[in-house]
Each structure stands twice: as structure tokens, then as C-alpha cells.
Ligand binder design. Structure first.
Ligand SMILES: Cc1cc2nc3c(=O)[nH]c(=O)nc-3n(C[C@H](O)[C@H](O)[C@H](O)COP(=O)(O)OP(=O)(O)OC[C@H]3O[C@@H](n4cnc5c(N)ncnc54)[C@H](O)[C@@H]3O)c2cc1C
Length: 480
């Protein structure tokens, strides 16, 4: 019996495993595939995900594998630069191959003590008051206190739970792959530039005659089967009038633009995260980011539940906080999809929005959505900072995010007279009158969101109890 079984070792599952291990939770990750994915999908880690990585000391590992790009220009691919004073110390996008993100997150989880077993597909589950029995494809049965389905858009766990996944089916399909092309690079570049109105369509050179190719699927091939090289040739000819002499594919895939959201994120001892809970078109590059952020929200709460200090309602705040964020992402991808349509009406709306984005407020609002730094959880009445994430700021020991590597709460106290008291086994206290904050004191949750703002000890104690449960230790005196 382990504490948590995670189905799926994609980015969401690997991030969650690492977050749980920070709290000594025994984690077993079961991954259907025997080998890591070979699809070199280049994803963008947006500002909030970069912040999360910095909060766990992972950013330095990722940076050498990616390319920093400006943070703006992602909403419906409208080319507007981000506002100069974007509220983050990590105000850029990191373009990085998804398999690298997955490998580094998995390595991090394993270093922290998570077990990952490959070639192990979850096929069944049963739950009772004490735990969940998970059945694997080979008939083996394993037991855990909780199960989290991080098993992607076609999630077996979600289906086994009978959780509805309403939304819209795929309307357009796209072919994506990596292959060699014999046509001269200049000819390919000229054709891609000429056809830039067609979306999505590109051939991006990787060097050595190898290209990342994306082309609308039209009606080619069987949607249930992986595409063939001939499907790519046929569609390239249909769109560009030539197949550029493509050959020697490294990998070929197809994706759609279905938009769906799980009706529930939790059924008893089983939870859903990442693509298992929500799918949407890749426009804006948000899916992986959203999943990793789900894992960040869930990890410390599930750990608290297992460690026995979670307040009764804490685990349910996972759905209450994350489902509205996913709803918002689904909506913004719906809007972006419309803005990419070649219909005259949609093009007119696109031109109008492009004009509106010259207003800083509009541009900022959209980029804060895409990068997720605008997320504000509903923690009730309070100052604007309440429920938001706090940017990385200078503190007397260096940087704030460096103090969050262990995944604990943090009281950042400019008054130097408050105390985390009996919660000091779960919450660190930094008395720092020099901290670059414009409020007296904030209580940060392990995910970096502001759980309280104020200067009153009694009020603070009530909020410590709300988020971190009953105090276990005798209160320690306020720092001198
Ligand atoms: C073309 C394209 C471009 C994209 N670009 C971006 C981008 O720029 N930025 C971004 O944020 N997102 C992007 N995305 C989305 C992103 O790839 C996904 O949102 C992300 O992979 C979701 O991660 P996940 O861990 O939740 O699920 P997955 O990555 O799907 O991982 C699920 C894992 O579970 C395993 N599994 C499945 N069933 C079982 C089972 N029964 N038992 C055990 N294991 C199982 C799978 O093998 C897989 O390893 C893009 C997607 C596409 C298609």
C-alpha cells in the first residue's frame, strides 16, 4: 500500500509526484508507455509556469534546454509585444521540447523518491472508505490511499469514474510531424510566408534538411489511426501546391481542437488533473502549463490530507480553485479559434481586437490570461492581493522564491512582531522589514498564492488554521 498512485507520467503526473514527495508522501507513478514519448512537440512554458519552476529550484535545469522568447504575441497569434512592466521577474516565454520538460520533471520526482513504473496501464479501479484498489492491464492489483488520474485527454481514470466530459467535439484536425524535405530552404520559406493566412501551416527548419511540419488535415486519413507520410504529402500538395519532397519522417501525429471540461475533479479518493480534466485547442500554448499548475495546486493539499493536518475542506478547494481557471482557458481558446477563422466577420473582429490591444489595459489583460499570472482564487473578501500569486521579490536572504523550494507555507512579515506559532512545522517565518512589499505581512501557501494580508496576530491565527489546520506545536515566541 502506497499513499498515492498517479496514473500517467506526463508533465502533470511527474510534477504532482514531485510535489507530493516534498512532503514525504509515498508515491507510485504508473505509466502506460514503456518508453518516454518521442513526439518533439515544442511547447512554451509561460510566465506562471516559469515562476513555479523557480519556486522549486527547477528553472536553472530547464533554461539550458530552451529558448527565451518575448512573452507577448500569443493571444490568437496577434503580434503585439507584452507590456514592458509585466508583473514578474520571469517575464518571457521558454520555448522547449515537451519531452525535455517531461524528462526533467520525472528526474526531479525520482530524485525526491517517487517510484515510476513504465509499461503499466491502469485499467480498473474500486474505492472504499480506506483507499483505492487499482487494476493494471496484466491483472495486477495495487492499493493506495488516493489515486490521481493524470492520464491525458482520453483518461481511463475519468471514464472509470463515470465523470462526464461535456464540451465540443473536434471540428478541425491538424497533421504535425518531423521529416526531411528535399526542396531548397529558401523556396520553403517563401511558400510559408506566402501562405501565412492559412492556419495552421508551417515548415520550420531544424537544420540538416529536417523540418517540423504542420498542415491542416483536411479530410485525409483515418482519424482513429496515426497519419502516414502520404497523408502529409497529399495535404501539402492541397495547401501549398507542392509536397516539398518530404520523406524520412521521424514521427507523425494528428491533433484536433476538441474542447471539454470534466464535470468533477474529485470522486471520493480519486482525483483528476491536467488533460484528464480539461482539453482545448493548442492555440496560445496553455495545456501543459495548465496541467502543471493543477499539480502545483493539488500536491500540497493532498499531502496535507495524507499527513493528517488538512482542514476538512482543503482537498475540495482543489476543484473549487482550478476548475474555474480551466473554464477560463477553455473560453479563451474558443475565442482565439474564432479569431483565426478566415471568415470575413471573424477577420473584422480580429482587426478590431488588434486595434484594441494598443490599449495597455487590454493587452495586459489578455497576456495575464495566457500566462496565468492574472489568476486570482476566490478566498473571500479582502485586498486585491488576496488569492493572487506573489511575484518573486527581493528579501533579506536573497530571492523570495528560493525560500519556497521545500513546498511549505511562508509568513513574510515586515512588522517583525507576528509569529507562525504552532504551525511552524508547516509554515516558515521570515521577519524582514526590508522585503519589497507594500503591505505589512502576507501568508503564502506552498503554491505561492496569498492566503492572508494584514498585521493582526489573531486574524493571522484564524487564517493559519483555515489553510494549515490545527496547530501541532506549542507556539514559539515572536522573533526579536
Ligand atoms: C500540437 C500541440 C502543441 C501544444 N503546445 C503546447 C504549448 O505550447 N504549451 C502548452 O502548455 N501545451 C501545449 N500543448 C498541450 C500539451 O501537450 C498537453 O496539455 C500536455 O501534454 C498535458 O499533459 P498531461 O500530463 O496532463 O497529459 P499527457 O501529456 O497526455 O500525459 C498523460 C500520460 O498518461 C499516460 N497514460 C494514458 N493512459 C494511461 C493509463 N491508463 N495508465 C497509465 N498511464 C496512462 C500517457 O501515456 C501519458 O504519458 C500542445 C498540444 C498539442 C497537440
Amino acid at each position: 500500500m502506497v499513499d498515492v498512485i498517479i496514473a500517467g507520467c506526463g508533465p502533470t503526473g511527474a510534477m504532482l509526484a514531485a510535489e507530493l514527495r516534498l512532503h514525504d508522501v509515498r508515491v507510485l507513478v504508473l505509466e502506460k508507455e514503456t518508453e518516454p514519448k518521442s513526439f518533439v512537440r515544442i511547447v512554451g512554458l509561460h510566465v506562471r509556469s516559469l515562476e513555479l519552476m523557480a519556486m522549486r529550484g527547477l528553472l536553472e535545469r530547464l533554461l539550458p534546454h530552451g529558448r527565451r522568447r518575448p512573452a507577448g504575441g500569443f493571444f490568437a497569434a496577434i503580434a503585439k509585444p507584452a507590456p514592458k512592466d509585466l508583473d514578474s521577474a520571469y517575464a518571457y516565454l521558454l520555448g522547449i521540447p515537451q519531452p525535455v520538460v517531461e524528462r526533467l520533471l520525472e528526474e526531479h520526482a525520482v530524485e525526491l523518491g517517487a517510484q515510476v513504473r513504465r509499461g503499466r496501464a491502469v485499467t480498473g479501479l474500486e474505492q472504499d472508505d480506506e483507499g483505492v484498489t487499482v487494476e493494471l492491464a496484466d491483472g495486477e492489483r495495487l492499493r493506495a490511499r488516493y489515486l490521481v488520474g493524470c492520464d491525458g485527454g482520453r483518461s481511463t481514470v475519468r471514464k472509470l469514474l463515470g465523470v462526464g466530459f461535456p464540451g465540443e467535439p473536434s471540428r478541425t484536425e491538424t497533421l504535425m510531424g518531423e521529416m526531411e524535405a528535399d526542396a531548397p530552404q529558401e523556396e520553403i520559406a517563401a511558400k510559408v510566408a506566402e501562405l501565412r493566412e492559412i492556419h495552421p501551416f508551417w515548415l520550420r527548419p531544424f537544420g540538416g534538411g529536417v523540418y517540423s511540419v504542420v498542415v491542416p488535415a483536411g479530410g485525409v486519413g483515418d482519424r482513429a489511426q496515426p497519419p502516414t507520410l502520404e497523408d502529409f504529402r497529399q495535404q501539402l500538395r492541397a495547401v501549398a501546391g507542392t509536397d516539398f519532397g518530404v520523406h524520412s519522417p521521424r514521427w507523425l501525429s494528428r491533433f484536433g481542437d476538441a474542447t471539454r471540461l470534466a464535470e468533477r475533479y474529485r470522486v471520493g479518493r480519486v482525483l483528476l488533473a491536467g488533460d484528464a480534466a480539461h482539453i482545448h485547442p493548442p492555440i496560445g500554448g496553455q495545456g501543459l502549463n495548465l496541467g502543471v499548475q493543477d499539480a502545483f495546486n493539488l500536491g500540497w493539499k493532498l499531502a496535507a490530507q495524507i499527513r493528517g493536518w488538512a482542514p476538512d475542506t482543503l482537498l475540495d478547494t482543489y476543484q473549487a480553485e482550478r476548475r474555474p481557471v480551466a473554464e477560463d482557458v477553455l473560453d479563451n481558446t474558443r475565442a482565439q479559434t474564432e479569431l483565426l477563422s478566415a471568415e470575413p466577420g471573424a477577420q473584422a473582429v480580429r482587426r478590431l481586437l488588434t486595434e484594441l490591444m494598443d490599449f495597455d489595459e487590454v493587452n495586459r489583460h489578455l497576456i495575464e490570461k495566457i500566462t496565468a499570472i492574472g489568476v486570482r482564487y476566490d478566498f473571500g473578501e479582502g485586498p486585491d492581493l488576496l488569492g493572487r500569486r506573489l511575484r518573486d521579490i527581493d528579501v533579506k536572504q536573497g530571492r523570495l522564491y528560493d525560500l519556497l523550494h521545500r513546498g511549505r507555507g511562508l509568513l513574510l512579515d515586515r512588522t517583525a512582531r507576528l509569529t507562525a506559532g504552532g504551525w511552524s512545522d508547516r509554515v516558515d517565518h521570515l521577519a524582514d522589514p526590508t522585503a519589497a512589499l507594500d503591505v505589512p505581512c502576507v501568508l503564502l501557501r506552498p503554491d505561492g498564492h496569498v492566503a492572508w494580508v494584514g498585521d493582526d496576530q489573531q486574524d493571522l491565527d484564524a487564517h493559519l488554521a483555515r489553510w494549515f489546520g490545527t496547530p501541532l506545536l506549542k507556539a514559539s515566541p515572536a522573533p526579536k
